[in-house]
Write a protein that binds this ligand. Structure first.
Ligand code: ZN
Length: 231
């Protein structure tokens, strides 16, 4: 039976070959989303578990965190930039899932790794999610959850007012824009839990800070942050 499934898979692969989302090369049968070469060449940081990593430094004094990490650095003209763009705007949720798995594999390498109770993606406004078809941070969370074997919570930390697009705003404007835009529906669910807050790209940290502030008001909650890249 397994052999038959494998034949069917090969057959469809011949008719509908898949292409690497970064370089466009035809993927081999055992590859998905990215070719082995592009996956290997992504600009990894190895920040996880390091106390002086730039993500922790950026958020220090703003949030009390157990861990903070970014899997990649956001280098100009790297294929990673293209991947994030496709994940956000080109209906490619599978990129988020794959990179979420890579992020989890990186975190699991550390021996003193504290387990998380819930993975919480930064929520999108429901209108934007409807437009896009999915929340890209949730796709990253799905990949993370699969490898780390942890539940995802998507309906407890929610966004209640639409924020306008952040690209043309100054740092202060951005803070005004996101502060107070998140609510927690049921605090008890997160009491005494270690939450891994997940987002795609960290710029000023204002969105993570606004979410984190709400979460850290909850009794006994421990917070960690993971993003795919820091700009
Ligand atoms: Zn490639």
């Amino acid at each position: 039976m397994t052999k038959l499934i494998s034949y069917i898979k090969d057959f469809f692969f011949l008719i509908y070959p898949a292409f690497c989302e970064a370089c466009g090369k035809t993927l081999l049968n055992n590859e998905s989303v990215l070719c082995t070469n592009c996956l290997y060449e992504l600009p990894r940081t190895n920040y996880f578990g390091k106390d002086d990593n730039p993500i922790l430094i950026l958020l220090a004094g703003r949030l009390k965190l157990e861990y903070a990490t970014s899997l990649f650095s956001f280098q100009k003209d790297s294929s990673f930039r293209k991947l994030i763009h496709k994940l956000k705007y080109k209906n490619k949720p599978e990129i988020g899932i794959l990179l979420g798995k890579e992020l989890a594999a990186d975190m699991k390498k550390k021996n003193d790794f504290l387990p998380f109770d819930f993975i919480v993606p930064v929520p999108l406004h429901p209108n934007r999610q409807k437009q896009r078809g999915y929340n890209q941070s949730e796709q990253i969370a799905i990949g993370l959850a699969e490898i780390l074997n942890i539940n995802i919570s998507v309906d407890n930390l929610i966004r209640n007012i639409e924020t306008t697009t952040q690209t043309k705003k100054t740092k202060d404007d951005r803070w005004q824009n996101v502060s107070g835009k998140f609510i927690i529906k049921d605090e008890e669910t997160f009491e005494n839990k270690h939450i891994l807050l997940v987002d795609d790209v960290l710029t000023t940290g204002a969105t993570i800070e606004a979410c984190g502030e709400m979460l850290l008001k909850i009794n006994g909650l421990k917070l960690s942050v993971a993003v795919l890249a820091k700009v």
